[in-house]
Write a protein that binds this ligand. Structure first.
Ligand code: GLC
Length: 789
């Protein structure tokens, strides 16, 4: 098979569905975030990582202490030659033995570690079942030597069981209760993470039973860390590998861990398979013993692996593109979707950031990934966010997924993402019924989703300056501008743009509801916004970003640092709030100051000193994250804006710069995984210009997908019709785009015989020339041929 985007650390397989790491010394751990929406794991390419259920903060199963340099916490599997006493691990960590082969394949829903040491080939496949709170570690061992080998295989990891109170570990370990039965270690914790019904803390049990099991008869086991690693020992040289067997200790008086040891013999060329499982069953609802028995066997494991593959491909392949741009294909078809769903919406954790909650605006935006794949899941997500709105219209900035609860802040934009994403959902699905769904408010009472959306908009209307501009409050989309407007005087120009687009798009729905007074109010506000933005926010060559409580402008020529901000320009174009001439000038300024080789910077020049009147963006080192780095989430919007401007060169540069496979070319500069987006990469002022970080848990994945499909390929469902308006490099001879609408499949073939970049000359639907393509839902297959020229 051909290798795509090969670097010294790895490559994509020809179908783009897998990334193979061939060298363990990647500049940073390259991980896979695998989730079934309930139970999740992170698997790093070294074999490290951890497990949780529900969310990584409140219900952690196994222990990991964030350390991207050592990457030395995990669920480890040792292989030992019982004749020579030599041992290594199934993955590179923790033993890091000299190897004959080391190769890690991150796939959609699984990771496989291939290792060969001392002529023993091992293949360890890890994944999470489709529906149950169980992870599977499927190990295959083969004797590639010419003599019979006697081996044992030993698992080892530490438990957390609930909240992750590492600073109180000595306290928490006292409540862990392990039990060994059959081939399985079961473990409970007599201390829950929540108070009891009378509000008394430390008075409940953890509400799960966790387990660790193996498919072969257990030779020995231990539940005590000290007896495994040895006092002052570590995982690389554990005492357990110097003793013949584990001590079979399993009581409440040690330092809890789980370790199971099995023994096998292998004739030359012989292969054996072993299945280990880890899981957590909710007490009273699920049966740990049943779950562990069900999955801890080789046949069932193979079946379940096929289920996992099928589950993901059925979901992701509902929409497929084929363009001359291989990086765009790989990201759009598989990895950006997988990242957005598995990493952002379900697992909600990456190696750089653990999230226990849903961010109000975050997973709402992410839910757009489901529009083309499974709109029901988008609907569920939108309604869930609506439940976290107050009657007054404002929302929890984020909330915990277990038992709710989160901060009610003075953020000015997150409430508005509810109507924004709702109208995008309806635009794509025609499911108007979502507006009538009755959803509770977080502080009591309930209303239809339409009422929720209306309250959000009405609340935002109360937060305007005398100049007719929205107030920024504690922050807008840029969380780190958290000191600009805390006294409710400072204004946000980005928010004005955003609100302008939102109102424009939402007014038809208001009219549909017959809410004419409110529609009139929204129309008035539209005018006010346009008038005020153009009167007060134009700085000559671009739009300013905000004003502070004291009236000082930010993102203005008058500033020495941070004199131009990206969002204030891109959204002026996206929202269409200004005239052509200003759009052109603003985007020329973006090209002049912000658009770099690795995408568009969030602002320029970076702040070099903390500014307590602006906020924590100024406290990052210059060029890092929101302080003048490429903040990938916002950088995707530059692609959108340049597409609207028909500035193909800039659009494509803005896209390619942040499309991760292309960073394989300078991977030692980039550092990050080439198969998922990074949250940010360093701006030019950093000595590490172009270095990516904060991968996986970033809203950029969904937007990277969306700007590719909607604004580069230009295929946009729009209230029952498909807008088809590609903006592509003129060298492309065309592309195809396939997707389902319900059970109806569309295959759109775009041809570019005259090498143009945009402009649709002819559209043929099922053999007949048409002006517009209706989205039929008749269960049939439809073909659309589009000729550009
Ligand atoms: C973080 C937040 C997101 C915010 C962004 C910009 O990614 O999760 O909600 O918009 O930072 O500050």
């Amino acid at each position: 098979m051909g290798r795509l985007f090969e670097s010294k650390y790895g490559y994509f397989t020809e179908d783009g569905k897998e990334y193979v790491i061939t060298n363990p010394h990647t500049p940073r751990p390259w991980v896979n975030v695998i989730s079934n929406g309930d139970y999740s794991i992170i698997a790093s390419h070294t074999g490290s990582g951890y497990s949780w259920r529900g969310n990584a903060g409140q219900n952690r199963i196994t222990r990991l202490y964030q350390d991207l340099i050592k990457d030395n916490w995990g669920k480890y599997f040792y292989i030992r030659d019982l004749e020579s006493g030599k041992y290594w691990s199934a993955a590179w960590k923790p033993v890091m033995a000299d190897y004959q082969l080391y190769e890690v394949t991150h796939g959609i829903g699984y990771t496989v570690y291939r290792h060969k040491v001392e002529d023993i080939y091992s293949e360890m496949k890890v994944f999470v079942t489709v529906k149950d709170p169980v992870e599977i570690i499927h190990l295959r061992l083969r004797n590639d030597s010419s003599k019979m080998r006697r081996l044992d295989v030993t698992s080892y990891f530490e438990w957390v069981l609930g909240n992750f109170p590492d600073e109180h570990r000595e306290f928490h370990k006292l409540f862990i209760v392990p039990e060994f039965k059959g081939n399985t270690i079961y473990v409970r914790k007599y201390l829950g993470q929540f108070p009891d019904e009378k509000g008394r803390w430390n008075n409940t049990n953890w509400d799960h039973v966790a387990f660790h099991s193996v498919s072969l008869p257990v030779k020995s086991f231990t539940c005590d860390k000290e007896s495994f690693v040895g006092m002052y020992g570590d995982e690389k040289f554990p005492m357990a590998m110097r003793t013949e067997r584990l001590d079979n200790k399993c009581d409440r008086f040690g330092d809890a861990c789980a370790s199971l040891q099995v023994e096998i013999t292998l004739e030359p060329t012989e292969e054996r398979e072993i299945v280990f499982t880890i899981g957590a069953a909710k007490i009273g609802e699920e049966d740990a013993e049943e779950l562990s028995k069900r999955y801890t066997n080789v046949e069932r494991t193979k079946e379940e692996f096929e289920n996992v593959r099928k589950f993901w491909m059925d979901l992701l392949e509902k929409e497929l593109v084929e363009t001359p741009d291989e990086g765009l294909n790989i990201m759009t078809n598989y990895w950006a979707k997988y990242q957005a769903i598995s990493g952002r919406i379900w697992a909600r954790s990456g190696y750089y950031q653990v999230s226990a909650g849903y961010g109000f605006r975050d997973q709402l935006q992410d839910s757009q990934i489901f529009f083309s794949l499974n709109p029901e899941l988008a609907k569920k997500q939108i309604l869930l966010h609506a439940e976290h709105q107050f009657q007054e219209g404002d929302v929890l900035h984020w909330w915990f997924t277990i038992r709710g609860g989160g901060p009610r802040t003075h953020c000015s934009d997150d409430l508005l993402w509810l109507p924004f994403i709702t109208q995008e959902y309806i635009k794509e699905t025609m499911d108007y019924s979502i507006l009538d769904e009755v959803v509770p408010y977080v502080d009591g009472g309930k209303g239809t989703l339409y009422e929720h959306c209306k309250r959000a908009i009405e609340k935002a209307f109360k937060r305007f300056s005398p100049r007719g501009l929205p107030l920024i409050g504690e922050n807008d989309w840029n969380d780190g501008m958290n000191a600009v407007g805390t006294d409710w005087k400072g204004e946000s120009i980005w928010l004005a743009h955003f609100m302008y687009l939102l109102l424009k798009e939402f007014i038809p729905l208001i009219e549909l509801k017959g809410d004419l007074r409110f529609a009139a109010k929204c129309k008035d506000t539209l005018e006010v916004l346009k008038e005020s933005v153009n009167r007060y926010a134009w700085d000559g060559e671009w739009f300013i970003r905000a004003t502070k409580d004291d009236g000082e402008e930010i993102g203005s020529k008058k500033n020495e640092e941070g004199f131009i901000f990206l969002n204030a320009q891109t959204w002026a174009v996206i929202s269409d709030i200004t005239d052509e001439e200003r759009k052109i000038r603003a985007m020329e300024s973006v090209k002049k100051y912000l658009l770099k080789d690795y995408g568009a910077l969030l602002l320029y020049p970076a702040y070099t000193k903390p500014r307590s009147d602006i906020g924590y963006i100024t406290r990052y080192a210059p060029g890092l994250r929101e302080n003048g780095g490429v903040y990938t989430h916002a950088a995707t919007w530059a692609v959108w804006a340049f597409a609207l401007m028909r500035d193909v060169e800039a659009m494509y540069k803005a896209y390619r710069g942040i499309c991760p496979p292309y960073r394989s070319e300078d991977i030692d500069k980039y550092w990050a995984e080439p198969y998922v987006t990074c949250g940010n990469s360093d701006g030019p002022i950093s000595p590490h210009y172009g270095r990516g970080g904060w991968t996986w848990y970033t809203g950029s994945a969904q937007w990277l997908h969306r700007v590719a499909t909607h604004w580069i390929l230009g295929i946009r469902p729009n209230y029952g019709y498909l807008d088809i308006d590609p903006v592509i490099p003129s060298s492309w001879s065309g592309f195809t785009y396939k997707r389902y609408f319900g059970n109806t499949r569309y295959t759109i073939t775009v041809k570019n015989p005259n090498n143009v970049s945009y402009g649709v000359k002819k559209i043929v639907l099922d053999g007949e020339e048409v002006e517009k393509v209706p989205i039929l839902k008749d269960g049939r297959e439809h073909t659309v041929e589009v000729i550009l020229g």
